[in-house]
Design a protein around this ligand. Structure first.
Ligand SMILES: [Zn+2]
Length: 148
């Protein structure tokens, strides 16, 4: 799971196989499971915040991938002004980022894959338990901005 090129290789291959309509959730799971690098970097903070909010919206609020794609393109514009902050805050990465990985998705057959991706998303979301309250707040703001 680390920063390994193995994960990235499997993920790139998976995206190519899934096609553009089915990559949203896998991308959220992958990004939230690899929150490494420069924790002080603004773009990395944004990446972790946006992908975790997407996982929350899907796993807890049952927002479907298609709607997530629409919501996520404007998440920063919708949520940050309501928080009255210019940038996403840093979240503390958990040491354990979940047991399900891109390798499990890779090993699954085509029919099983959607289910394994769902399990992957749930597992990564659960791993970030320490930040759930914060991210749920962002998800709630996103939902209210979309009138739900
Ligand atoms: Zn990995």
């Amino acid at each position: 799971m680390s920063t390994g090129a193995v994960c990235w290789g499997l993920f790139s291959q998976l995206l190519a196989e899934l096609g553009p309509e089915a990559t949203r959730l896998a991308t959220d799971a992958y990004a939230a499971q690899h929150p490494f690098g420069r924790e002080d970097d603004r773009r990395q903070r944004q990446s972790v915040a946006v992908h975790l909010t997407a996982l929350c919206l899907h796993v807890e609020n049952r927002v479907r991938e298609k709607q997530l794609r629409r919501m996520m393109t404007s998440l920063s514009r919708l949520v940050l002004p309501r928080l009255e902050v210019p940038e996403w805050p840093m979240l503390a990465s958990p040491s354990d980022l979940g047991q399900v990985t891109v390798g499990d998705v890779d090993r699954a057959g085509p029919e099983e894959r959607p289910q394994v991706i769902e399990e992957w998303a749930s597992s990564v979301w659960a791993a970030w338990a320490e930040e759930h309250d914060t991210v749920r707040g962002w998800a709630a703001l996103a939902l209210s901005a979309y009138g739900r």
